[in-house]
Design a protein around this ligand. Structure first.
Ligand code: SF4
Ligand code: SF4
Length: 56
């Protein structure tokens, strides 16, 4: 699973398209990650503002 820093996330939606498991969704509450996430780190590396990190 990933953790979203909602203060940094600008809701651009870019990471949603990079996720190979389609685990990310942009909702009215911000970016959400569901249990399809395999913690691959692709979205973390993609985010231009560093708003994502893999939860330990
Ligand atoms: S790429 Fe980063 S800033 Fe854009 S929606 Fe994803 S987490 Fe937010
Ligand atoms: S860590 Fe990988 S599987 Fe999880 S949300 Fe990010 S891109 Fe998708």
């Amino acid at each position: 699973m990933i953790e979203v820093n909602k203060n940094l996330c600008m809701r651009c939606g870019g990471c949603v398209a990079t996720c190979p498991k389609a685990a990310l969704t942009l909702t009215e509450h911000g970016l959400e990650c569901d249990n399809r996430c395999v913690s691959c780190g692709t979205c973390v590396n993609f985010c231009p503002v560093g708003a994502l990190k893999v939860k330990k």
